[in-house]
Design a protein around this ligand. Structure first.
Ligand code: ZN
Length: 263
């Protein structure tokens, strides 16, 4: 690992995390899920603004992680609580970027690394948005499918990935039909298309397994702890996305290990 590049990648990850927080908030606002600015003065959306009153922020209120800590997790204007998810997403993004760099980092071309980081950005955005609002925004999934397409072509366009697309889309459409859209949304179906194209057959199988197992475990533990009601719906996107990342980086290893130990 080249430490200078490592530090740069972490700093970039923190900034992109901050960007994702902003994009999540602005997308939610655009979709009419939240409102900003009870005050009469108009909010200037060209600059960062307070989530609650719409006042434009100073630079020192906008530094990833540090500002949230410095401000004690509250806005400096109206003293309302800023979600813990802000610094958490920033740290997660920094770690994800670092991991993205370290997994085969030195062998990657700059362009290859850039595409990987852009894919991570889309994945974390979609995961956070689905976690908060139970929607996987189409523009983000489309972005992911496009980047997966670029990577697929660059890696020689294996036909197996197209089989995985058909299989994943078919499976998720089936689940969508069976649950009448209640267990699985169309957003999940579209994300499955990305997963198939991006991961190929083997890593898709590993990702599916991981997503369903972790989803079930979290659901059962949540119900036991009383955090989730038995009939409530939990977003499946974050599980699919987490499983996609794990399978992307370690899917072949997991596959080989399972094949070596049980077959
Ligand atoms: Zn404010």
């Amino acid at each position: 690992m080249n430490y200078v590049i490592g530090v740069m990648v972490v700093a970039l990850g923190l900034s992109v995390g901050s960007f994702i927080n902003m994009l999540v908030f602005r997308t939610a606002k655009k979709y009419g899920l939240i409102r900003v600015g009870r005050e009469r003065k108009k909010v200037n959306y060209n600059f960062s603004f307070c989530d609650y009153c719409g006042r434009n922020l100073n630079w020192w209120e906008n530094v990833p992680v540090a500002s949230w800590l410095f401000l004690g997790g509250k806005t400096s204007c109206c003293h309302k609580r800023l979600p813990l998810s802000y610094p958490v997403v920033e740290v997660v993004m920094a770690l994800a970027f670092l991991a993205g760099y370290l997994t085969g980092g030195d062998n990657k071309s700059v362009l290859g690394l850039a595409v990987d980081l852009l894919i991570l950005t889309g994945l974390v955005f979609s995961g956070v948005f689905d976690f908060k609002y139970m929607i996987l925004p189409d523009f983000s999934t489309l972005w992911l499918i496009m980047l997966a397409g670029v990577k697929w072509v660059a890696l020689g366009g294996q036909w197996q990935n197209l089989v995985a697309v058909v299989g994943m889309a078919g499976l998720f459409l089936g689940l969508y039909g069976l649950t009448k859209g209640k267990g699985m949304g169309m957003g999940d179906v579209k994300l499955a298309v990305f997963m198939g194209l991006f991961l190929g057959i083997r890593a898709s199988v590993v990702a599916l397994y991981l997503a369903f197992v972790t989803g079930a475990v979290v659901g059962v533990v949540g119900i036991i702890l009383g955090k989730i009601r038995a009939k409530s719906i939990i977003p499946f996107g974050p599980f699919l996305i987490g499983a996609t990342v794990v399978s992307w980086w370690w899917g072949q290893g997991i596959w080989d290990w399972v094949a070596g130990n049980w077959f």
